[in-house]
Design a protein around this ligand. Sequence first.
Ligand code: SAM
Length: 292
Amino acid sequence: MNKEIATPIRTKAILDKYGFSFKKSLGQNFLIDTNILRKIVEAAGITGETGTIEIGPGIGALTEQLAKVSRKTVAFEIDQRLLPILADTLSPYQNVKVIHHDFLKANVPAVIEEEFGPDTDLVVAANLPYYITTPIIMKILEERLPVRAIVVMLQKEVADRISAKPGSKDYGSLSIAIQYYTRAETVMIVPKTVFVPQPNVDSAVIRLSVRKEPAVSVMDEQFFFEVTRASFAQRRKTILNNLTSQLAGGKEKKDKILAALRTAEIEPSRRGETLSLEEFARLSNALMPSFR
Ligand code: SAM
């Protein structure tokens, strides 16, 4: 019987057999440590009933571990050269479907409908291509794909920003966008040595448990995110100065911004990084009538 794909020896044999050369531009850093993969699978709470969606299977290292425990795995891979390799490495698993598509451009709801049908317990699990980690996560959340959790490997620095709390240097509009939709936790920090080729940065696995309802109630989501982005435009500026300079028509409406800050009970001299999600929600709701 073949060894598992994610061992250094088997990975090397597969890469040699196909003469595969890594494309840095596609974020190709393959995992060669089955323990880490098992921890990803464990963190996702996958059972025999669970359907899994993977982004970027590579040569199938994680896909294999997902296939062993879940009902079915659908994996999106952009690199055509990997398709024959995956057909070979994943041939023992009948419950895997590889789709040759850019995940960012894919009609994922249609794929879910076709491959899993309604009411399936669904999770996303991936060792993400690092050049597009945020767009991939935001696509899953903004399109409100019916998934229970997202468990992914990404740059440690991005994981820190995603799970940051108010008052910390990492807290910003990304923390708010993701915590609005999910509960975010870091599962583990991962050393560079478990990848070929080794990336330049440290990595981490995070679990995003998707909330049934967003963390806070806002009148207009788009405007809420606009206000949070504006508030962090220049981190050293006060919330009043950032909103006045960043919101369209902000300079002329300074009085209205001051009034909204008063209504939301937020001191104009505070900095964006000190505001909680609740405070941003109160603020954007109070600003709405003047800006929308
Ligand atoms: N899952 C494998 C592993 O852990 O060894 C490979 C992970 S590697 C970090 C990222 C994978 O994503 C590569 O196979 C790459 O070709 C693929 N990829 C890059 N951009 C993609 C995109 N937009 N859509 C789908 N797959 C993509």
